[in-house]
Design a protein around this ligand. Structure first.
Ligand SMILES: Cc1cc2nc3c(=O)[nH]c(=O)nc-3n(C[C@H](O)[C@H](O)[C@H](O)COP(=O)(O)OP(=O)(O)OC[C@H]3O[C@@H](n4cnc5c(N)ncnc54)[C@H](O)[C@@H]3O)c2cc1C
Length: 424
């Protein structure tokens, strides 16, 4: 049977905040036919499942609940003339901007002059975190918990334990409060909570004890969770509980990419991009959480908006060719480090991974974005041929956004770009 094939100016895979922002901006910039494909029933991405505040400050200068925020972004895109197609799962990326998808009507193909990947993240499973013990019911990642609570009105447990203390772990706390669930403890392998201070106050306000330097040895129970065994500064102990919320440990939703002809970044697990957000096949771009793991919705939205400008410049033939790119060589980084790494080299994530020479004009990224594996301080230095192009002193904790301004100009002839972290 012949597979249907259509054409568009820009195809966007993923209708979360980043894809919706990019689509709306593309239409505003006159990009022609812009189509969003999303595998979900409705566009909006993760915020659709987050029935809590705060979303929308950057975008609407207003504090919104996730579903209201998602709806407003989707409405904006539709009003701008974006075609949104839901229940369309992209299953293959072909060279030159041809994507293959499953739709309610069957297999179809869509060719874009440019394709933006805005597929977001997925959570690391319990197995991925190597937590031992039995496999009872009642172990949920944050996304599944939110789906049950906000979309289906269910309460999967009453006194769970929360593993992790990233920003998203506090979203799990808010979800618990909404559902009348009272968590017994928050468990963090590192010495301090990973999230910023204001979110930590929430745990205190809800009377949820925080256990630092503590690991889960095993989750126990026959049919449902009954106990977790913890090892911490005071030795091993067991908590009686009826559920476990496994939070954080997000990885880019990049399975499409890893099966494709394009380069990925072993550190982030996402695409390797240049400062335009462009991939090794220059018909493809990426923005939002697929680049690295979880950022705020506002940040992902802003990235989508910025990459729209790079895409339009690309369609107009105004971008420097990707062949003129230099990959940033990183000194002192460990590849694919787990989020729980608290020793070893500190640098975890650097993006863009590739810089095209000489241009900051029309760049979606004007900074290198970095993250650490563990708390560290020192000097970040970007060098070429022994010359410092840009540098910054930092003192940061894991999973925090660190920005280092991109150099205005550098030359391909001067050879390799080297990023060093001179740790104190
Ligand atoms: C539990 C949780 C709570 C959060 N709480 C907050 C908060 O309170 N405030 C805040 O600012 N931020 C919050 N965030 C962060 C925020 O949700 C994200 O930063 C934002 O949603 C990222 O947008 P995105 O467009 O990059 O990805 P997503 O929102 O993840 O959207 C990706 C979209 O791509 C689609 N997709 C993926 N693969 C395919 C495919 N193959 N084919 C078709 N479609 C596909 C998905 O269905 C999805 O709709 C939270 C995140 C999580 C996980």
């Amino acid at each position: 049977m012949a597979v249907r094939e259509e054409e568009a100016d820009v195809v966007i895979v993923g209708g979360g905040p980043s894809g919706l922002a990019a689509a709306t901006e593309l239409r505003r910039l006159g990009a022609g036919r812009v189509i969003i494909l999303d595998r979900d029933r409705q566009a909006g991405g993760i915020p659709r499942h987050c029935g809590h505040y705060p979303f929308g400050m950057r975008e609407f200068h207003q504090m919104l609940r996730g579903p209201d925020y998602a709806r407003r972004l989707a409405e904006q895109a539709q009003q701008a003339g974006v075609e949104i197609r839901t229940l369309c799962t992209v299953v293959k990326l072909h060279p030159g901007g041809l994507v293959e998808m499953t739709t309610p009507e069957g297999l179809a193909r869509l060719r874009g002059k440019a394709v933006l990947l805005a597929t977001g993240v997925r959570e690391t499973s319990r197995a991925g975190r190597m937590i031992g013990g039995e496999k009872p019911g009642g172990i949920l990642p944050t996304g599944a918990l939110q789906g049950m609570v906000y979309l289906n009105g269910r309460r999967p447990f009453r006194r769970p334990v929360i593993l992790g203390s990233e920003l998203v772990s506090f979203s799990a706390l808010l979800t618990c409060r909404h559902a009348g669930i009272r968590p017994l403890a928050m468990i963090e392998a590192g010495p301090r909570p990973v999230a910023y201070a204001p979110s930590r106050l929430l745990a205190m306000a809800m009377g949820v004890p925080f256990h630092a330097n503590t690991r889960v040895e095993a989750i126990l129970g026959r049919h449902r969770v009954e106990q977790v065994s913890l090892s911490g500064p005071k030795g091993t102990r067991v908590i009686e509980t009826d559920g476990v919320i496994v939070t954080g440990g997000f990885r880019p939703e990049a399975s499409l990419l890893t099966a494709s002809h394009m380069d990925t970044d072993p550190r982030s697990g996402g695409p390797a991009i240049d400062q335009y957000g462009r991939l090794s096949d220059p018909a493809y771009f990426a923005s939002g959480n697929v680049l690295r793991g979880v950022e705020t919705a506002g940040w992902s939205w802003a990235e989508g908006k910025q990459v729209a400008h790079s895409i339009v410049a690309s369609l107009d033939g105004k971008l420097a060719p990707r062949e003129e790119a230099l990959t940033i060589a990183i000194e002192g980084a460990i590849e694919g480090a787990p989020e729980s790494a608290h020793d070893g080299d500190a640098l975890k994530l650097v993006l863009p991974q590739v810089l095209v020479c000489g241009y900051r004009v029309m760049a979606a990224h004007r900074h290198l974005q970095l993250r650490l594996n563990r708390p560290a301080r020192g000097r970040l230095i970007l060098k070429q041929a022994g010359k410092v192009l840009t540098e910054k002193r930092i003192a940061s904790r894991p999973e925090r956004r660190i920005l280092l301004a991109l150099p205005e100009v550098f030359s391909v002839e001067d050879g390799e770009l080297r990023l060093l972290f001179d740790e104190e």
